[in-house]
Design a binder for this molecule. Structure first.
Ligand SMILES: [Zn+2]
Length: 486
């Protein structure tokens, strides 16, 4: 009998730390990386030939809304096909737990399609994820917007009272105790925009006690972005929490080029407190359709419309022409809806991605009828388009920004590196051919060049289709902290 379950032979290892590629065999036993040794020296029951390929840690998608996609679509093809082995869920202030109301409601329905997937406490939700046996891991943030809805009902256009803040804080504390990894806020959105800086900082207090992170879809990503950054950093300081700014962008033509202001501000602030940010590799963003956002976008595509499903995938300008009305009026007529906004400068996107504080997150929205292509394309696009073709950064650094750096920032112990004893989350890809194929016209096609993806030692993706491995877990912050100490 061979010593190992799986040996990935003859590949070049990008170990996730940024270290130069080196030739090695990588052996897996159970759910761990058991050995890394000279090419041709290791034997396994299952040997995967990686000649000409790169063996990297599985990618960590730090910005997702996949909370319940892990339950509804447990093969997680849209992520496993990119080499992703862990998704950080619950971003932008919306999470599937803890949720106390009987109805799903509009805000929650943006990312959650089935009522039975919502849970009143985090432990129950984590149990549902594990019961679904997803192919990849999930780690979970608690949404401040979700906490608000729990405690304030529909009366959201005001700051929370001290009593409401105390109850939200209690729910966050309980969730963190049960294993959630932090809290997210989305002050940009109507459910939370009336919240003051003090409200968020007060609710976030348990983060300091438990070592949870604070992620922020900031109040403003356009004209007032610098002020919004200050607010975000202040909340982190007041809660004694590490800060991660979500999907950093300078939105709208009048703000093109302003990474020249925001990035130095990050650099300065990073000297004083722990701050990082995530970026997706596209000049278009996607969220709900808001007619007040139309003028800052060069082009708007519809991702879904409950009232008029046929509008999905269409340009709002064409819809307006057909209706014989303004874009704003057309937008109102198809509400509620989602949209893609072309509103960023390519040079800004590249500058953000290359900054020392940047890691990669897709911000893909899993249930959209015609999603932004980032849902299926983010990680191969960084590797193929930005690293290989544009030479924005070396392959080793691209991998680092998707693996070890992300694991460090979110405290995902034992993941994000090809290292003996680490979990066997591995992506084997062809550096010559890896590329996203999902486009704004055809957004749900699997990337090219992703060969084999292992999660906890099981094959999650292989030869262009799900590999049958369903070994993903709901990562538990307390368990990871214990492992970090051991
Ligand atoms: Zn967001």
């Amino acid at each position: 009998m061979a010593a190992y379950d799986i040996v990935i032979r003859n590949g070049k290892v990008a170990d996730g730390t940024g270290k130069t590629l080196f030739a090695a065999d990588v052996a897996v036993k159970g759910d761990r990386i058991a050995s890394i040794d000279s090419p041709g020296t290791l034997r396994g029951d299952n040997e995967i030939d990686a000649k000409g390929k790169v063996v990297a840690p599985g990618f960590i998608d730090v910005h997702t809304h996949d909370d319940t996609a892990l339950i509804d679509n447990p093969t997680m093809a849209m992520k496993a096909s990119q080499g992703v082995t862990t998704v950080v869920c619950g971003n932008c202030g919306v999470s599937a737990a803890p949720y106390l109301r009987p109805d799903v409601g509009h805000w929650m329905s943006l990312i959650i399609k089935k009522k039975e997937n919502l849970s009143k406490d985090f432990a129950e939700f984590a149990g549902k994820v594990e019961a679904a046996k997803p192919a990849i891991n999930g780690a979970f943030l608690i949404g401040h917007g979700t906490l608000r809805i729990n405690m304030m009902g529909d009366d959201l256009n005001r700051e929370a009272t001290q009593a409401e803040i105390a109850r939200m804080r209690g729910l966050l504390d309980q969730s963190l105790e049960q294993g959630a990894i932090g809290m997210s806020s989305g002050l940009f959105y109507a459910v939370s925009s009336a919240a003051s800086t003090a409200e968020v900082a007060e609710v976030a207090q348990p983060l300091g006690k438990w070592g949870g992170v604070y992620t922020a879809h900031m109040r403003d990503e356009g004209d007032h972005i610098l002020k919004a950054m200050e607010e975000t950093f202040e909340i982190g300081r007041r809660a004694h929490a590490e800060v991660i700014v979500s999907h950093h962008k300078c939105s709208g033509r009048s703000n093109f080029g302003r990474m020249a202001e925001t990035l130095p501000k990050f650099t300065e602030a990073m000297k004083k407190q722990q701050i990082a940010f995530d970026v997706y590799p596209y000049i278009a963003g996607s969220t709900i359709l808001r007619t007040d956002m139309l003028e800052r976008a060069d082009k708007v595509l519809i991702t879904w419309s409950d009232k008029m499903p046929g509008m999905s995938g269409r340009d709002l300008a064409d819809i307006a022409k057909d209706m014989g009305v303004s874009m704003k009026e057309a937008g109102e007529r198809i509400q509620p809806a989602g949209a893609i906004y072309f509103m960023m400068d390519e040079k800004d996107v590249q500058a953000a991605m290359s900054h020392p504080g940047a890691m990669i997150g897709s911000d893909g929205i899993p249930f959209d009828a015609h999603p932004h292509p980032r849902l299926w394309g983010t990680f191969p696009r960084v590797l193929g388009h930005y690293s290989r073709d544009l030479k924005l950064f070396p392959l080793e650094d691209a991998v680092r920004r998707m693996t070890s750096y992300s694991a460090q920032r979110f405290h995902l112990t034992g993941r994000g590196q090809i290292e003996r004893g680490y979990y066997a989350d591995i992506c084997v890809f062809d550096p010559a051919t890896v590329i996203d194929t999902a486009t704004f016209e055809k957004p749900t096609t699997p990337a090219a060049g992703i060969d084999t993806v292992l999660c906890n030692g099981a094959i999650a993706w292989r030869d262009g289709k799900p590999g049958g491995g369903r070994a993903g877990r709901a990562l538990n912050r307390r368990q990871m902290q214990d492992e970090a100490k051991a």
